[in-house]
Design a protein around this ligand. Structure first.
Ligand code: GAL
Length: 361
């Protein structure tokens, strides 16, 4: 068993959030001879421990995701005292320390949102060596690592969406607005800003690539006049765009890899005297509650729902199956949903209903 080199340091660095518990009921009980499904008290999970690491606790989308994950685990019978949620400060050595700490706490499963893909194999090895199943979320580890899980039949899987779909949907949102409206200066080409999430991040890469190729394939010419990384963050995106507007004051479209950055873009353009949804069209991804409101009021041209509810519940269900001795597919997918002014109210209603309607399995 691997020991943590810096227990005390690790403890100081960990961000632990306290959570509360509730009850329900689950099925599945094993006998010596046969596996017989029978009603069992949900208390069977009350002593099981789950360790969760989120790459950065200030990330708006991952905050929704982890809250949903915790709520769902509680609804399935896990105790508040046994769900350990750590924010990894976007730092790979902090995350590795946290994983080792969680192993020392004898967690029954780990749910990890990796800081980056290069540390995933080490985290997998730690889990496998200690007999702890792992569910990776949100940041896909990569083909080589995933084929290892398959080859050696590791109790390791990934839960997430295919970011190509979100990029395609962003492109379709722009196509549906129509070239005539987008091309405010009438020069036949759409001048755009691209605001990217993070370097070497698969979601950022695919959203950047597929949003543009989708518009290109529809025969609408695009000209990139600014392409910057803003770390998925509203304030950073606002600053980047404020600077961009000094040199290139007339973007017709601003494509953001997520909604937090799109919300920053809206503030920047509005403070520069442009009317979002008329002078410049901004699109995002995630469908954060604040972004849905902006779609409803017409300032955000559209977003794409990154279904944190389904993803978090699939991740919890996968961990529960591993804990119960069952296996999982190594890749568990989920679909994105386009959000426009036409369906924003409906999507808002679904999200609210899903959040309040948690049923025990
Ligand atoms: C994306 C999400 C972003 C950010 C990122 C972190 O899927 O759209 O808002 O949370 O994950 O990796």
């Amino acid at each position: 068993m691997r020991k943590s080199a810096g227990s005390l340091l690790g403890v100081a660095l960990l961000m632990l959030f306290v959570i509360t518990g509730c009850s329900g009921s689950v099925k599945e009980q094993e006998t010596t001879e046969n596996i017989v499904a029978e009603e069992t008290s949900i208390d069977s999970y009350a002593t099981k421990k789950i360790g969760i690491c989120i790459y950065q606790s200030s990330d708006n989308f991952m905050t929704l995701f982890s809250q949903s994950l915790v709520e769902y685990l509680k609804s399935q019978g896990f105790s508040e005292d046994n769900i350990f949620v750590y924010g990894s400060s976007n730092n790979q050595s902090i995350q590795l320390t946290q994983v080792k700490e969680l192993v020392e706490q004898n967690v029954d499963a780990l749910i990890i949102n990796p800081v980056n893909s290069s540390i995933v194999s080490e985290m997998t090895d730690i889990g496998v060596e200690n007999g702890i199943p792992l569910v990776y979320i949100n940041r896909e580890p990569g083909a080589e690592e995933e084929s290892r899980w398959e080859e050696y039949d590791f109790d390791v899987c990934y839960v997430g969406c295919d970011a190509r779909q979100s990029g395609i949907y962003q492109g379709e949102l722009l196509i549906d607005i129509g070239k005539d409206k987008l091309d405010r200066n009438g020069d036949g080409v759409i001048q755009y800003y691209m605001i990217e999430g993070a370097p070497e991040n698969i979601d950022a890469g695919y959203r950047t690539k597929y949003s543009i190729s989708t518009v290109d394939n529809a025969g609408i010419k695009m000209d990139c006049i600014l392409d910057k990384v803003a770390n998925w963050d509203k304030v950073t995106a606002k600053l980047v765009i404020q600077n961009g507007l000094k040199k290139n004051p007339a973007p017709e479209v601003i494509i953001c890899n997520n909604d937090a950055m799109a919300l920053g873009a809206l503030e920047a353009v509005e403070e520069a005297g442009l009317v979002a949804g008329k002078d410049v069209y901004v699109v995002g991804v995630d469908a954060l509650p604040e972004a849905i409101e902006k779609v409803i009021d017409g300032s955000l041209a559209g977003t794409v729902f990154n279904d944190f509810i389904t993803q978090s519940r699939s991740a919890a269900d996968a961990a529960i199956r591993y804990i119960g001795g069952d296996s999982n597919e190594h890749y568990i997918g989920c679909d994105y949903i386009k959000v426009t002014a036409d369906n924003a109210d409906t999507v808002k209603g679904w999200i609210e209903n899903l959040q309040t309607d948690i049923q025990p399995n």
